[in-house]
Ligand binder design. Structure first.
Ligand code: ADP
Ligand code: MG
Length: 700
């Protein structure tokens, strides 16, 4: 049969309809190509044999020669298991099966030399190996011994159905036989030469059947590079296309309002970072293409003023602007703050949230449609169909992680043309990740805090020191400061967490009694109106202590609050700890963050706490977070498909990513449509990837 890489996997010798189904459902393998691109997770040395007496509890995979001397079925509460005693000249161990016992029992040969392979467990004083891979020694001796045997991804269902690692290995071998191991090159000669990359054929061969360490390393490099290169190529060409195709409103006037504000109403000197970012935004707005920019800046870095000045640019060009925030409190704060900033101008600005009364909405709707209202600030109430602008030219979204991608794009459809979009986020995204996730967005970073800020002092205290901490709180309150006290709230342990919160509240209320002390409490089970009421009491300074779950995490600004106490801090993730800490340090006073924990700490928790104590830099923290948790757990990345990388690892292969990005940019800059002859290979390979959906499809 004539096969190519798009041939359905069912036509590979050794794969019937059953196996084809399992391969597809478990590993997503539909075609020869998919199997070829199933890369091993790791490699093990099959020339090594262990003796039973040498086994360590830490052994991952071991290969042992020996004989089965006894088999029995053991009844247990949840069904039976088959247990064999396996012996070599140094000792005995157990082999255990939970599934397929009948077949195994009938086929196992007693007292014949076997080679077994698998993971060893230490279980009630003995080593045991569940579901070992095994082969009679005489058959095993016939096989090729390789020092780097690939280990392929596996699932329980695969091993249940007998598709073991060895089976997959054999299938891959068969694939190389059927295709003669000839695969089309997918990178241009230029790139291969400049980076001294292994050709495609050799890379694929060595990734599955490594000849030696060096060739394996080169094969891995080449395949990682290729994977990242095509993702970058996709992101960057998308971005270029957007800039060409999606016409944006051209804000070519830097007019009266902007200049007047800059000269007469700016309450402080802009930081260099703010100036740079405004320049970047201005360049976008005057470029005829739609702006789609992510503005990253740590909490307190001054994103609001950048938003305001961008809105002025829109209004100067006779367009309207809107700003959407994730919560009512935040929308209110933006409205108050921005109204103050614009006090000296004639700009008309309104607030629209869920709690704005019907009667008050009507004039807002009318003035929006007539164009009388120039700025609308609010929550997702802005997205309602009733809200129609005369000419929305700019949409700003604060704290993007609270909104889904779909919601953001809804703002786009309020117009004939998409407005310019600026997304502001205080969650620092490591550059490496940003490059792969938001590669088709432009990114601006405010990497400098306004002058005069005192860095927040962060300490770690054990619960046993609570009395001292309370004394510290009393002293700060005496100075007129306010305190946050935050408790974790995690869905899985919600009931317990609420109990902790309430216990905590009671103990604080006992130590800080009325009438000298006023305490607010805010948590997710309260009605929004009650929450806002309590929050506002704290904002106005009527209460000194705010006991809360993480609801206060988002952008709340109370400059007089100078102490953040985080209870059970070991249970929070790094980015959340950093966000919470960002609630203090907003005023002129020295601020503190106190991380309270029990004595029982995992190593990872220790690293998180140490990192918090060591640095205030959000990007540094984000990098540590990424290393600790991997990209999959970082907020907002689940939906992006970044986990679907076949061989590269965004964290570990950071350098390769940079190189790949560099080459992708080079390539498209010189030849945007990949028409040149030397890029024919790339154009073809890219088209194939897109056609067969083998490239991660980026959701924007
Ligand atoms: P965030 O980036 O967290 O949204 P904000 O825009 O709320 O930060 O700014 C935080 C505080 O810093 C505000 O009180 C703001 O007035 C102040 N601020 C912003 N930029 C400057 C600056 N260049 N100089 C002095 N203070 C500034
Ligand atoms: Mg903000």
């Amino acid at each position: 049969m004539n096969v190519n890489l798009q041939t359905p996997i069912v036509y590979l010798k050794g794969v019937g309809p059953n196996r084809a189904d399992t391969l597809q459902s478990e590993l997503g393998i539909k075609t020869f190509q998919d199997l070829l691109n199933l890369f091993p997770n790791r490699y093990i040395d099959k020339t090594q044999y262990y003796k039973i007496a040498e086994l360590q509890r830490s052994n991952a995979d071991v290969q042992i020669k020996g004989k089965i001397i006894h088999i029995k079925t053991v009844e247990q509460k949840k069904g039976k298991r088959l247990v064999a005693t396996f012996k070599d000249d140094t000792g005995e161990m157990e082999l255990v099966w939970f599934r397929g016992q009948k077949w195994i029992r009938e086929n196992l040969k007693l007292n014949e030399p076997y080679v077994i392979f698998g993971k060893c467990n230490w279980y009630s004083g003995k080593f045991s190996m569940p579901h070992p891979e095994m082969e009679l020694l005489k058959d095993n001796d016939k096989g090729l011994k390789v020092s780097m045997q690939p280990v392929y991804p596996s699932t329980e269902k695969l091993s249940n159905k007998g598709i073991t690692n060895r089976v997959i290995n054999k299938l891959v071998q068969q694939l190389f036989i059927d295709t003669h191991g000839r695969f089309q090159e997918t990178l241009s000669e230029n790139i291969l030469e400049e980076l001294k990359l292994l050709p495609k054929n050799e890379s694929l061969f060595n990734i599955h059947f490594p000849k030696n360490q060096e060739l394996l390393a080169r094969a891995q490099f080449r395949l990682k590079f290729e994977e990242l290169f095509y993702i970058q190529l996709q992101l960057i060409s998308k971005k270029m296309l957007r800039k060409q195709k999606i016409k944006g409103f051209n804000f070519d006037q830097v007019g009266k309002l902007f200049n007047d504000f800059y000269k007469n109403h700016l309450p402080f000197e802009l930081t260099n970072a703010q100036k740079r970012v405004i320049k970047e935004i201005r360049a976008d707005l005057g470029s005829n293409a739609q702006m789609n920019r992510l503005l990253q800046g740590d909490v307190g870095s001054g994103k609001t003023i950048v938003a305001v000045m961008t809105m002025l640019l829109a209004i100067d060009n006779d367009f309207q602007a809107c700003l959407m925030a994730p919560t009512e409190i935040l929308a209110n704060q933006h409205y108050t703050g921005i109204s103050e900033l614009l006090a000296g101008t004639n700009i008309k600005c309104a607030l629209l949230t869920g709690s704005v009364k019907k009667s008050a909405r009507k004039p807002i709707h009318e003035q929006l449609e007539s164009g009388e209202l120039q700025i609308l600030i609010g929550t997702h109430a802005l997205l309602e169909d009733k809200v129609q602008f005369k000419n929305l030219g700019l949409a700003i979204v604060d704290e993007q992680h609270r909104f889904g991608v779909a919601q953001r794009s809804k703002l786009w459809h309020k117009n004939r043309f998409p407005p310019h979009v600026l997304v502001m986020t205080a969650t620092p995204i490591p550059r490496t990740l940003a490059m792969s996730l938001y590669g088709d967005l432009d990114i601006s970073v405010i990497d400098e805090l306004p002058p005069g800020r005192k860095p927040i002092k962060t300490v770690h205290r054990f619960d046993s020191n609570r009395l001292k901490v309370f004394q510290f709180i009393r002293d700060e309150i005496k100075k007129g400061r306010q305190i946050y006290m935050v408790y974790p709230l995690i869905q899985e342990s919600e009931a317990l967490d609420y109990k902790d919160l309430m216990d905590g509240y009671e103990s604080v209320a006992r130590d800080f009694p009325l009438p000298n002390y006023q305490i607010s409490i805010v948590h997710g089970k309260m009605k929004p109106a009650d929450k806002d009421f309590e929050m506002n009491r704290f904002v106005k300074g009527e209460t000194q202590i705010m006991v809360a779950t993480t609801v206060i995490e988002v952008g709340v600004n109370v400059p007089n609050a100078s102490v953040m106490i985080i209870e059970s801090a070991e249970r929070f993730g790094l980015s959340q700890l950093h966000q919470l800490r960002g609630r203090v340090g907003r005023g002129a006073d020295q601020s503190y963050c106190i991380l309270m924990t029990s004595h029982k700490l995992s190593n990872e928790a220790k690293t998180r706490l140490e990192t918090m104590v060591a640095t205030n830099d959000g990007f540094e923290i984000a990098e540590v977070d990424l290393k600790l948790r991997g990209p999959g757990d970082l907020m907002g990345t689940q939906q992006s498909g970044v986990l679907n990388l076949k061989i590269a690892d965004i964290v570990k292969d950071n350098d390769i990513l940079k190189t790949a990005r560099y080459y992708a940019i080079q390539c498209l800059r010189e030849d945007p449509t990949l028409e040149k002859r030397e890029n024919a290979i790339i154009r073809h390979a890219y088209a194939q990837l897109v056609k067969h959906k083998n490239i991660w499809t980026y959701i924007s």
